[in-house]
Design a protein. Structure first.
Length: 206
């Protein structure tokens, strides 16, 4: 299924500064400073590439023809500050303490079980369509980042346009677009816009 919801699951992968005693303003300053899109140039050290998660970020790779990038600069930019912010939040505000690593992305969840989809493409849009047909008051909100190459907005539009639902249910689907990537909340104007749109969606028709 190409249509995917971006869900923030923050886990620890790399060492981060201990910000347990830092005020909230310091955390916000760190995160804001680290989340600036990069502007590299081609050079002897590698080739500048746009990346999968957030195309606003650029980075270098030693070989632009490889099947997979060695790293994703948009992920590299957020792991440190987001890990620090999460550790500060759970310890200072929630009072939770643990020595276990909190991982942003991990291979420990692999191998995934794709038993239901053996020898065929993963496709779950039929389940969404069935849910909407069975519950005609079900509403769907899809957030799209223009710079998201992981779940491109055009793929979401295509999938929703071909959803097997009656025409009268098409109005139950909302799409919102942001000048950001897969995690649009990294872009402050998009984060504020998304917050307002989600609040309106959740509270509509109450």
């Amino acid at each position: 299924m190409r249509l995917a919801a971006a869900i923030l699951v923050v886990m620890l992968m790399v060492p981060a500064p201990d910000l347990r005693s830092q005020p909230e303003e310091k955390i916000r300053e760190l995160v804001t400073r680290e989340l600036q899109p990069l502007q590299p140039r081609d050079g002897a050290g590698g080739t500048a590439i746009a990346v999968r998660i957030d195309g606003r970020f650029l980075g270098w790779d030693s070989d632009y023809g490889r099947e997979q990038w060695t790293t994703d600069p948009s992920i590299d930019a957020i792991i440190g500050p987001y890990t620090a912010a999460l550790n500060h939040y759970v310890r200072s505000e929630l009072g939770y303490s643990s020595d276990l690593p909190y991982e942003v992305l991990t291979e420990r969840v692999h191998p995934w079980s794709f038993k239901e989809f053996e020898a065929r493409h993963i496709h779950v849009l039929d389940k969404l369509a069935e849910a909407m047909r069975v519950s005609p008051h079900l509403r769907v909100h899809v957030d799209c980042g223009y710079y998201d190459a992981a779940t491109p907005y055009a793929a979401a539009e295509h999938d929703l346009a071909h959803l097997a639902i009656p025409a009268e249910l098409a109005g139950n689907i909302q799409l919102a677009y942001y000048e950001a990537g897969h995690m649009m909340y990294l872009h402050e104007p998009s984060r504020m816009d998304q917050s307002g749109r989600l609040a309106a969606f959740v509270t509509a028709n109450r």
